[in-house]
Design a protein around this ligand. Structure first.
Ligand SMILES: NC(=O)c1ccc[n+]([C@@H]2O[C@H](COP(=O)([O-])OP(=O)(O)OC[C@H]3O[C@@H](n4cnc5c(N)ncnc54)[C@H](OP(=O)(O)O)[C@@H]3O)[C@@H](O)[C@H]2O)c1
Length: 254
């Protein structure tokens, strides 16, 4: 039964990624700088991030420990730890570090995040703990898949956290406006936090080598790449002195 649910949800995420990618060129999810005035259905950003992201941590953990056939094997345990570490950062530490806690998030975005993250947590938790026989032998840790994936994850996380830190430091306490970010990868691209996030989940797809890992990498790209282009257009339109050589999301390319 769990296998059938897994298959259905997996295809649902791939289909949603393709549809979302196509749709994102016509519609930008209205949060952050694209939030529409007059949207009354909002939540404060701290509980908003928690409600949106915590299900990913919880769904993975519940699936892993309640359904996982190989939950005590070394490599699946390691992957569980990596996943939890990311989602403790994303759902708790990241929103706690935000300067402007008075900001609000649209309920629609939070509801979508809640549903997607619940599915994504289940898919990856189930894949890693039950459907991946290649993870049962610790020799997996010495394969090019794992080593390349681990390096990409570390590089991606470092880029993402550094880029988000630059953004956070742009505002003084109480400020809510936008400024031009500088330093690090901002020298070359407008949205390095998204670039780092895509690299990170590509790394996860490689080091876990499961269809669920791939689906999350594809979803992250489909979601963040078009949004990065929208950020880039917005920066160029908003700031006449925006660095002209800066690309959107891939240094030197686009
Ligand atoms: N895996 C995925 O599919 C996925 C999806 C979404 C997000 N994420 C990750 O979640 C994190 C946050 O995402 P996000 O979409 O909220 O990123 P974002 O739009 O870059 O905003 C991040 C934070 O920085 C502030 N900010 C952005 N640009 C600024 C500027 N020029 N001047 C001053 N402040 C600025 C934003 O304030 P405002 O809120 O006022 O705009 C927000 O508090 C990122 O690390 C992203 O990679 C991952």
């Amino acid at each position: 039964m769990a296998n059938q649910v897994y298959d259905c949800l997996l295809w649902f995420i791939f289909a949603m990624s393709v549809a979302g990618f196509a749709g994102s060129f016509f519609y930008v999810t209205p949060y952050g700088r694209f939030k529409k005035a007059g949207n009354e259905w909002t939540l404060p950003s701290l509980p908003g991030w928690l409600v949106m992201e915590f299900p990913c941590l919880l769904a993975f953990a519940l699936t892993y420990w309640l359904l996982g056939e190989h939950r005590l094997a070394t490599v699946p345990l390691l992957l569980w730890g990596i996943w939890q570490a990311h989602y403790i950062y994303r759902s708790i530490i990241f929103p706690l570090r935000m300067r402007d806690r008075g900001k609000r998030m649209p309920m629609g975005a939070v509801a979508f995040g809640f549903v997607f993250n619940s599915i994504n947590g289940f898919l990856n938790g189930y894949a890693v703990s039950t459907l991946a026989p290649h993870l049962l032998d610790t020799s997996w840790l010495l394969t090019p898949w794992f080593i390349t994936g681990a390096v990409l994850m570390v590089v991606g996380v470092s880029i993402n956290i550094h880029a988000d830190t630059v953004l956070r430091n742009l505002r003084q306490p109480g400020e809510t406006g936008y400024k031009i970010p500088h330093g690090g990868l901002y020298r070359w691209i407008s949205v390095p936090n998204y670039f780092g996030e895509i690299i990170e989940w590509t790394g996860w797809a490689l080091l876990s080598c499961t269809p669920a890992g791939l689906s999350f990498a594809v979803f992250s790209f489909a979601n963040l790449f078009p949004r990065a282009l929208a950020h880039h257009r917005w920066y160029r339109k908003t700031f006449p002195d925006y660095p002209p050589q800066r690309k959107a999301i891939i240094p030197g390319v686009i």
